[in-house]
Design a protein around this ligand. Structure first.
Ligand code: FPP
Length: 242
């Protein structure tokens, strides 16, 4: 794929689905699927940057994922903790900034401390801008934004007439991050599953049957080719009604 002749999405969002089925196919426990999925995150960050993507956001743990078995929730939390604890090194190596989107107040205090320290440390890096959605729900993001705005109205700092799309966008967890241009969902499901609902109003969608642990640079490139082709045919957002 020639980078210079194709339109590259600035922001790619990924629903990393299929860890469980990946493990089942290999007669392995689900936990090993999640572990393989976690190992795939760094190579995809590197591939995304290499292919010209500036922002990447992955859906690591949704507000709905708490309803999974205690065992599975613990496995996912352990993997996320391990990943985030080792993340400063990855940021330095890859010039990567990491931000967490989602309500981190429900997470264990040590994980919250790790997140605060990682976000602060990685502010200095201007390569890939990497967002991990953790205890994230699109509806919850909107509810929390509405509460922030209501507090300002109640405090007399804002009038109802000042509420517009821009203010809502700026009150979401993704305040300084452009809306995703492309959503990729692995493993064959055709749903958004409460991921960045407001932000994805105009996002192109790419679905693949490949399970997340098998989703590699070559698969990412296929998604980017699909996106470039959409752009060539529809000319971007201006002509989306066609
Ligand atoms: C969906 O697979 C995946 C998840 C619910 C979690 C995604 C988490 C990771 C990839 C690991 C940790 C992440 C980071 C950033 C280190 P599923 O269990 O729903 O798969 P299935 O639909 O095949 O059962």
């Amino acid at each position: 794929m020639k980078k210079e002749s194709k339109k590259i999405p600035t922001h790619v969002a990924i629903i990393m689905d299929g860890n469980g089925r990946w493990a089942k196919k290999r007669l392995l426990p689900r936990a090993m699927g999640h572990s393989a999925g976690a190992k795939n995150v760094e190579p995809i960050c590197e591939a995304a940057w290499d292919l010209g993507v500036k922002y990447l956001t992955v859906y690591a743990f949704s507000t709905e994922n708490w309803t999974r078995s205690d065992d599975e929730v613990n496995t996912l939390m352990k993997l996320l903790k391990q990943y985030l604890e080792g993340c400063k090194e990855k940021c330095l190596k890859n010039n990567m900034r990491v931000r967490i989107i989602g309500d981190i107040s429900r997470l264990p205090q040590d994980l919250q401390d790790t997140i605060v320290s990682l976000e602060e440390y990685s502010k200095q890096f201007d390569g890939l801008q990497f967002q991990v959605a953790l205890n994230y729900g699109g509806r919850d993001d909107i509810v929390r934004a509405v509460k922030k705005i209501s507090d300002k109205v109640n405090a007399g700092e804002l009038n109802c007439e000042d509420i517009n799309e821009e203010l809502i966008s700026k009150s979401l967890d993704t305040a300084d991050i452009p809306d995703p241009d492309l959503l990729i969902r692995t493993s064959g499901e055709l749903r958004i599953s409460n991921f960045m609902l407001w932000q994805m109003a105009y996002t192109e969608m790419y679905f693949t049957d490949v399970y997340w642990p098998d989703f590699d640079k070559n698969e990412l490139e296929k998604a980017l080719i699909y996106y470039a082709d959409r752009d060539r045919r529809f000319g971007g957002r201006k002509n989306e009604s066609q």
